[in-house]
Design a protein around this ligand. Structure first.
Ligand code: SAH
Length: 253
């Protein structure tokens, strides 16, 4: 059987308990290159075969999955963060379906959660934004025109931009064509939860310049929105003394 597993954002102890158990039991591990912490590979049992998918094509990965299955082995396909975001799992799952090979998927802590934790941030502040837009700049992988950064930026929502740290000047320009201003808070989080993590707080107007000063060109997330700085948010209803919920009776002060 094939187990897709989210490795988490980097720190080895941010994998789930289920993911760790699957790693320890695996006969074969195919991991997604440098974004997966090597410490996780140390969990492998003796005799486990380990492959780095950064050096492989989809066909080569599938060949290994098929060969392991023929030996009735369990393979962990270890993806960074959570595999459902920019993980290229669907194309693997579709072929496994056609080959009749069973698989399951264990979620992981995505780097966008790791980045918020590094910043002590909450994406969904009442009165500020109740929406998180997860996207990327078009690179060699195109982005549909209706999802262009400037179109998404028109909402002024909390935003997390993956795979775009090498394109900061263009990102900055696009964001300014939406609802954000030069003063809108922004941040760069490099290698969230790794020992070499770097957190850079800036504004949309200083994004490119700060990235250049800090030498950040990859393995980073760009976060944008008022959630990063405001003190002007509303209190939650859930914990408001006057608010009655299914579990607690509200009372007037
Ligand atoms: N599935 C992964 C994303 C894979 S795409 C997830 O859920 O996080 C790879 C991109 O993710 C990188 O270019 C970078 O933008 C981001 N990324 C992955 N790990 C990161 C980390 N620890 N810190 C900051 N960004 C990270």
């Amino acid at each position: 059987m094939v187990h897709f597993v989210g490795a988490g954002p980097g720190a080895a102890d941010l994998i789930t308990l289920r993911g760790a158990e699957l790693l320890q039991q695996a006969d074969c591990i195919i991991y997604a290159g440098s974004l997966v912490n090597p410490a996780l590979l140390a969990m492998a049992k003796d005799g486990c075969s380990v492959y780095n998918s950064a050096e492989m094509t989809l066909e080569e990965v599938l060949d290994v999955l098929r060969a392991q299955e023929e030996q009735r082995h369990d393979t962990v396909r270890l993806h960074t963060g959570d595999a459902s975001l920019y993980g290229a799992i669907r194309e693997q799952m579709d072929v496994l379906d056609r080959m009749g090979i069973a698989y399951d998927d264990t979620p992981g802590v995505s780097s966008f959660c790791g980045a918020a934790a590094a910043l002590g941030a909450e994406y969904t502040l009442p009165g500020i934004s109740q929406t998180v837009i997860i996207t990327r700049m078009a690179g060699r992988t195109p982005v549909p025109e209706r999802e262009s950064l400037r179109a998404l930026a028109s909402h002024g929502a909390s935003m997390v931009i993956f795979l775009s740290a090498g394109l900061l000047p263009a990102v900055q320009q696009e964001l300014l064509k939406g609802a954000y201003t030069e003063q809108t808070p922004a941040a760069l989080v490099y290698k969230a939860s790794w020992p070499e993590e770097k957190v850079v707080r800036c504004t949309v107007g200083t994004l490119a310049c700060c990235g250049e000063q800090q030498g950040i060109t990859k393995t980073a997330l760009i976060l944008v929105g008022d959630f990063l700085q405001t003190t002007d948010y509303e209190r939650s209803k859930l914990y408001d003394p006057a608010f009655t919920t299914e579990y607690r009776k509200g009372h007037k002060e």
